[in-house]
Design a protein around this ligand. Structure first.
Ligand code: NCD
Length: 306
């Protein structure tokens, strides 16, 4: 059974096809409005979410399907001690496809190994978030026309930010990219990502604590929230949370073609004054997230038939 647990589960060609499909859905939504009639998506969210869960639900509804699920661990049998494996087997009896978010790294993989229907990883701890990456890739494709030869800055919590890990993995398969990693010392990109992805593929990267000094070279600036829920103590969070606040004056030396991205939710790291800048793309990412999830649901349900 085909699932999406890690963005690398899909080849570059498959990602291209998904992006093309999402673009076709954007152009011709009526063509797809009954494609999932009679099908059910289960959203199993053991961690908070607004965009990911509701965009999955909106995606399935716009495909003519229906949705069921829960939005907190406490309202499911996980609170009684049920294992992820048993939950996955159970939901396989009720639904046709699962989207799961879980605080534990690897939980969606365990679900996929036990379900008899496709499982989509909607975020597992500080590890991966492949469907946010799909939204990011669709946004980059629409803004930049492609993925080659871009200088991409990631700023904020690169240690716990799962969207960063998945996007770096995805982009590492294209040509001529350079990454600029901007974070406080304590929140640097994990060494396993640096070793297994950047160094192994010989991708040039630079690490810095200073956003403004690298701004002029960036084609994309991917801002992130400091991931409070993954900190061991509140004091560290409070000390680090406002390390970077993007304000209009800090964009003075940025390229006119810069794309400012953020997976959202934002806390303080992008001032609302930046929202009116034509280079701000984060609400486009939100909308693109729904269309690419429509494409993903279609693909996985199609493959499940085989
Ligand atoms: C992200 C996540 O859950 O990792 N949110 C999202 O799904 N768009 C980013 C975050 O929570 O900071």
């Amino acid at each position: 059974m085909r699932s999406l647990i890690d963005i690398l589960d899909f080849t570059v060609e498959e990602l291209d096809e998904l992006i093309d499909l999402a673009n076709d859905i954007i152009e011709n939504p009526e063509k797809y409005s009954e494609k999932c009639k009679g099908k059910k998506l289960a959203t199993l969210f053991f961690e908070p979410s607004t965009r990911t869960r509701l965009s999955f639900e909106a995606a399935m509804l716009e495909l003519g399907g229906s949705v069921l699920g829960f939005s907190e661990a406490n309202s499911s049998s996980a609170a009684k001690g049920e294992s992820v494996a048993d939950t996955a087997k159970t939901i396989s009896c009720y639904a046709d496809i699962i989207a799961m978010r879980h605080p534990k790294e690897g939980a969606p993989l365990v679900a996929a190994q036990n379900a008899t229907i496709p499982v989509i990883n909607a975020g597992d701890g500080g590890h991966n978030h492949p469907t946010q990456t799909l939204a990011d890739l669709l946004t980059i494709k629409r803004e930049k026309g492609g993925f080659d030869n871009l200088t991409v800055g990631f700023c904020g919590d690169l240690k716990f930010g799962r969207t960063v890990h998945s996007l770096i993995n995805a982009l590492s398969r294209y040509n001529g990219l350079k990454f600029v990693l901007i974070s406080p010392e304590e929140l640097k990109l994990p060494s396993y990502v640096k070793k297994d992805v950047l160094q192994q593929k010989n991708i040039p990267y630079e690490q810095t604590t200073d956003l403004e000094s690298v701004m002029p070279q960036l084609d994309i600036l991917y801002m992130t929230r400091v991931q409070r829920e993954r900190f061991f103590n509140e004091e560290d969070y409070l000390r680090l949370k406002d390390s970077y606040i993007l304000e209009p004056r800090k964009l003075r030396d940025a390229k006119p073609t810069l794309s400012i991205m953020h997976p959202l939710p934002r806390v303080n790291e992008i001032s609302v004054a930046v929202d009116d800048d034509p280079r701000a793309c984060y609400f486009k990412q939100v909308l693109n997230g729904k269309f690419i999830r429509m494409a993903l649901i279609l693909k996985l349900l199609e493959e499940a038939k085989k």
